[in-house]
Each structure stands twice: as C-alpha cells, then as structure tokens.
Write a protein that binds this ligand. Structure first.
Ligand code: NAD
Ligand code: UFG
Length: 343
C-alpha cells in the first residue's frame, strides 16, 4: 500500500507535531514549506525526535512548477495541506496576501494533484468557518460564515473542495476544522513559536510566564459565560496530530472515495480565559499577572465542538487534558525562552 504523504506547511506548529505522529504510525513524509512562518531548526528538531533525517523541500504552494517536480519524483498516497497564513488581524490589513496564499495556493496545489492523479487530501480548516455560532456545541452541519479575510479564505477553500468533490467522484477531501490548538510535544523540543507579539491566548500566557511580557490583557469580562470571559475548546496539538493520522488511516481503508468530508477536531469541552489562566498558574506554580481590557473586535462569547463525528467515523477522540496542555506548553516555553530563535 502507498504510504508516502506530502505535508505542505509541515515545518509549522501543527505540521511538525503531525509529522512525528505520521512517522510513528508508519507513514513516509516529504515536507514542503516556504519557511515564511517557520525555520530549519524546527525541521532539525523533528529529525532528531524521529531519529532520522526528514525529507524537506523548500518551496511555495503557489509554485506549480516546483510542485510538479516533486510529484514526478514521488508516488504520493495523499497530501496533508497545512500551508497557509493564519493571523486574523494581518488578514484584515492584507486581504490580497491572504487570498493569494490560502486560496490561490490551494487551487494550484489541487490542480497539480489532479494532474498526477493524487486525489486524497486532508485540509486544515478552522472553527472560524462557523462564525458566531447560533447553537452549541457546534456540529459539522452548523451554518457557516466568515467575519474576516482569514476566515473567508478558509470558507472559500471549503467551497472549492465541495465543488471539486461534486464534479469528480474520485476525490477524498477531508476537511478538519480545528478548534483552539495549544500545547507542545512532550519532549519540549518543538512547540508554537510566534514571530511577533502573540495574538493567541496560550502563547501570550506562556510568554508572560517566562518574563517576555509583563502581563496578560483579558479581552472582555462581560460575556454571557461562566465568569464573563470568552470560552473556547482548547485541544492539545498532539491530539490534533493524531486526528490527521486517523483521517489518513480512514482514507487508506476506504473502498470508495470520501468526497468532501468536514470533521471537527475539538475536545467537546469549553474553558474560559480565566479557567485557562488559573489552570496554567496552578499546574506550573507560576503567577500570571493579568488585567481586564475591552472586548477584542470580532471575538465571540463561546465556541466549542461536538466531536461525535470524529469519534464515529475516524475512531478518534482527544485524550489530553487542560493540565497536559499547560504542562507541555510551559516545558516547551521554559526550555526555549526565545522559541527556535533562528528567524
Ligand atoms: P504555522 O504558521 O505554524 O504553519 C504553517 C506553515 O505553512 C508554516 O511553516 C509556513 O512557513 C508555511 N507556509 C505558509 N504559506 C506557505 C506557502 N505559500 N507555501 C508553502 N508553505 C507555506 O501555522 P499552524 O498553526 O501550524 O497552522 C497550520 C494550518 O492550520 C494553517 O492552514 C492554519 O490556518 C490552520 N489552523 C490553525 C489554527 C491555529 O490556531 N494554529 C487553527 C485553525 C486552523
Ligand atoms: N484572549 C485574551 N487575551 C489575549 C488573547 C486572547 O483574553 O491576549 C482571549 C480571546 O478574547 C478569546 C480567547 O482568549 O476569548 C481565545 O483567543 P485566541 O486568540 O487564542 O483564539 P480565538 O478563538 O480567538 O481564535 C483562534 C485562532 C483563529 C481561528 C479561531 C477559530 O486564532 O485563527 O481560533 O478557530 F480562526
């Protein structure tokens, strides 16, 4: 059976963790990444963790010529497509950059896959495609909408994948909608390494803990939630990585193409900002100074997944707890106060 996988964006946060999980499950990996938000050091560390050098090609998903060279060299079972830009604020300021990278880049990749008859894809989508959800927990048939160009780029790619599946029944296009990925590999060797001031909560908390930032601003304490702060479904990146292995295993076992198949990857449990801050302090015995600030534009009160479909179809469910997420984030951050520090 063919088990070679092209991993676009494989040098990034979720990609590196997934490459390790894929290797441990017997998949062969080729990473394709333009290093716009990652580094060689991340790839070196993955090689060290798996005990062999990983095949890496530096390149851009918008470069059809380079992709064709790679598809000519390797017989892939499928592609896991992480490559993309992900900063919501930046997408508002630079929409063309986001649509070009995330939408045009994906179309270029799909066209090359079609040309080479590789029709298995696992795509990184996001809970952001559910906009401001009307009901909780969110399941895969919940209405979709986007509130910013980043979210719109993910939703547009989902529409492209749906149309492609309708037009050609040979495609299997698993669209994984991640909720809030946090945590790091248990070794402390790889983790999330924001190149600027972190937008996301957990990296901000860990940078306060390590002394790179003075205090956390909590955006809003007047939401209709347990304690007034925003509620999200935090999922350990190691569980998320296993979700990708489960998705590929599912495709390997299918006798018919899956078509367009959206699946939530979340824990099914929501935690408030204050609950996460307090858990981090307690687990790691570090005080996290914070202040309440105004709500952040575009934020919603609560968001958490129904993870039933992933369980039923892929036999996957998240195993790791908020305690694991806090411990592993801190191990990575304290062992690497400046991240990979090679950018
Ligand atoms: P990341 O930035 O760490 O990883 C993305 C990788 O893609 C980086 O290594 C970057 O260099 C590479 N890349 C970007 N544009 C490229 C291009 N044109 N060609 C080749 N490589 C390119 O981000 P991540 O957190 O690992 O996210 C991976 C995917 O999951 C992204 O598509 C993101 O939108 C999606 N996602 C992330 C989150 C999250 O909170 N981290 C949530 C939902 C969805
Ligand atoms: N928050 C703070 N202070 C901070 C950062 C965040 O209080 O410094 C709060 C937010 O207001 C929110 C919660 O922490 O209530 C989580 O915020 P994140 O930025 O970590 O995550 P979001 O749910 O806002 O966004 C994430 C990704 C988006 C993606 C979305 C849905 O960053 O790209 O999940 O998947 F679109």
């Amino acid at each position: 059976m063919k088990n070679k996988i092209l991993v676009t964006g494989g040098a990034g946060y979720i990609g590196t963790h997934t490459c390790i999980a894929l290797h441990e499950s017997g998949y062969e990996i080729v990473i394709y990444d333009n290093l716009s938000n990652s580094s060689y050091e991340a790839i070196n560390r993955v090689s060290n963790l798996i005990g062999q050098s990983i095949e890496f090609i530096e390149g851009d998903i918008r470069d059809a010529g380079k992709l064709k060279e790679i598809f000519n060299l390797h017989e892939f079972f499928g592609v896991i497509h992480f490559a993309g830009l992900k900063a919501v604020g930046e997408s508002v300021a630079k929409p063309l950059m986001y649509y070009d990278n995330n939408v045009s880049g994906t179309i270029t990749l799909l066209a090359v896959m079609a040309e080479f008859g590789v029709k298995n894809l696992v795509f990184s989508s996001s809970a952001t495609v559910y906009g401001d959800p009307e009901t909780l927990p969110i399941n895969e048939t919940s209405p979709r909408s986007a509130t910013n160009p980043y979210g719109q780029s993910k939703l547009t790619v989902e529409h492209v994948l749906e149309d492609l599946a309708a037009a050609d029944k040979e495609w299997s296009l698993i669209t994984l909608r991640y909720f809030n990925p946090v945590g790091a590999h248990e070794s402390g060797q790889i983790g999330e390494d924001p190149s600027d001031i972190p937008n996301n909560l957990m990296p901000f908390i860990s940078q306060v803990a390590v002394g790179r930032r003075d205090k956390l601003s909590i955006f809003g304490n007047d939401y209709p939630t347990i304690d007034g702060t925003g509620v999200r479904d935090y999922i350990h990146v190691t569980d998320l990585a296993q979700g990708h292995v489960a998705a590929l295993d599912h495709l390997q076992q299918q006798t018919h193409a899956a078509g367009f198949l959206p699946i939530n990857l979340g824990t099914g449990r929501g935690s408030s900002v204050l609950e996460l801050v307090n858990a981090f302090s307690k687990v790691n015995k570090i005080d996290i100074p914070y202040q309440f600030a105004a709500r952040r534009a575009g934020d919603i009160a609560s968001c958490y997944a129904s993870a039933d479909k992933a369980q039923e179809l892929l036999g996957w469910q998240a195993k790791l707890s908020i305690t694991n997420m806090c411990e592993d984030t801190w191990r990575w951050q304290s062992m690497n106060p400046d991240g990979y520090n090679t950018k």
